[in-house]
Ligand binder design. Structure first.
Ligand code: CA
Length: 435
């Protein structure tokens, strides 16, 4: 006769030391543990993760087997709903095209967890002192590891380790993994965004996770990630499996029985255009974030969000048409000459000064520098970006993109894109156990 189980929970999120806003969302209650790491630039990542979390929270209730099916059915449905809502937001506001999120969720059915996983957030389990990552990252580098072309250690420091092959992007194709997890008393589960394992080793995670009090462990994990540099948002959701008859631990915040929500989902981000960014979220040490650097995730996560200067270019064109000649034309031309974009010259990648638009009788851009990178040597995805013109904020960002493209030239298959035409070697989905 197996003993009835329950679990205690804790969650914590921090914006990190480098980013100005938190695009992670975390949630924990006595039924549901969930994490979502948003992407798509400053404009939309938090909206994507909060939207996904809202869809997941809707199954944090007593399920009706007639309507909802079992926990795995409900989780499958909620994940599809998250995808659908993100798709609707993108449809309503094309400025947020390219936003998306990871999802890792564990829904309790009274005996076991139904699990959903898509993206590069992780679930770890500590059982009898052994730490195991029970999810497989849906990343380009992980597909190389699966093919034996990269070691796990090399993958950990690979410059393109954040490139996702699967994510919730609001499109028709959605390829999450679902399975049942049978917990045991004493098991500890950790759901985390990539901002944790990027900063601290599995050994450190295992040691910390073995601590006494899960609230303290959550704080400690986040503190260690910040101390190691805190390059990204970091979010942890913890569960400790206990006997259902175990007394509440009054030292834990979850003793009040209330759900805990952190990160972007707790900020309630609203749909908006691509030019407005949300306010910074809190940090556990109360300090201000460092000056906002150019976000490398914008380059690493594909696809890139809509060009920032789309509306400015529209305004410029309108001004030119309305004014026709004279001062406004000159001002517009002057403005355009302070802009940069990356395009193509005679088959090679090149940096242009000006704007990527044409007006009769007016040259709005000229070549600044032609690189030795042949466009045809790049993955198709990048070729398409270059054909459209990659708009950038300044000359330095243009140079950075060209340097990044150089590393992609003659890139091995599969192409690093979230939308591979060819699937990487399939990571065998864990099968759904029969209830
Ligand atoms: Ca992240």
């Amino acid at each position: 006769m197996t003993r009835a189980l329950g679990f205690r929970y804790s969650t914590l999120s921090d914006v990190g030391m480098r980013r100005s806003e938190n695009q992670d969302s975390g949630y924990a209650s006595n039924r549901l543990l969930a994490i979502a790491d948003g992407m798509g630039g400053a404009a939309a990542g938090d909206l994507a993760s909060a939207t996904a979390m809202e869809a997941l929270r809707e199954i944090d209730r007593d399920l009706d087997p007639e309507i909802d099916g079992d926990a795995l059915d409900a989780l499958t449905e909620a994940t599809a709903r998250a995808n659908h809502r993100i798709g609707e937001l993108i449809h309503d506001d094309p400025a947020v095209e390219g936003m998306g999120t990871t999802i890792d969720a564990m829904l309790w059915d009274g005996k076991r967890f139904a699990i959903a996983h898509i993206g590069d957030s992780r679930i770890y389990r500590l059982r009898d002192g052994q730490l195991e990552q029970i999810t497989t990252d849906h990343t380009y580098v992980q597909s190389l590891v699966a093919e034996g072309r990269l070691s796990q250690e090399e993958a950990r420091v690979h410059p393109h380790r954040s490139l996702l092959l699967r994510a919730v992007l609001g499109r028709d194709e959605l390829d999450p993994e679902f399975w049942w997890e049978e917990p045991q008393i004493g098991d500890r589960y950790l759901l985390c965004s990539d901002g944790l394992p990027d900063m601290i080793s599995d050994e450190t995670i295992a040691e910390t996770l073995a601590g006494e009090n899960i609230d303290v462990i959550a704080t400690e994990l986040v503190r260690l990630a910040l101390e190691a540099g805190g390059h990204d948002n970091v979010t942890v959701v913890l569960a400790e499996v206990v006997g259902a008859d175990a007394e509440d631990d009054e030292n834990l915040a979850c003793a009040d029985g209330r759900p805990q929500q952190v990160g972007a989902a707790a900020e309630n981000p609203q749909p908006r255009t691509g030019l407005v960014s949300s306010s910074p979220t809190g940090r556990i040490d109360g300090s201000r974030p460092a000056a906002h650097d150019e976000d490398p995730e914008v380059l690493r996560y594909a696809p890139r969000p809509k060009p920032r200067f789309g509306w400015l270019r529209g305004l410029l064109v309108t001004m030119v048409i309305l004014a026709g000649v004279g001062a406004s034309l000159f001002v517009a031309w002057q403005w355009s000459q302070k802009q940069y974009f990356v395009g193509e010259v005679a088959g090679n990648v090149a940096i242009f000064r000006g704007v990527d638009a044409t007006l009769p009788g007016l040259k709005l851009s000229h070549i600044d520098e032609v690189s030795d990178i042949e466009v045809s040597s790049l993955p198709t995805y990048h070729q398409q970006r270059i054909a459209k013109g990659i708009e950038v904020a300044n000359r330095a960002e243009a140079a950075e993109i060209v340097a990044n493209l150089k590393t992609q030239a003659k890139a091995p298959e599969p192409e690093p894109t979230v939308e591979p035409t060819k699937k990487p070697k399939p990571i065998k989905p864990k099968t759904k156990a029969t209830p």
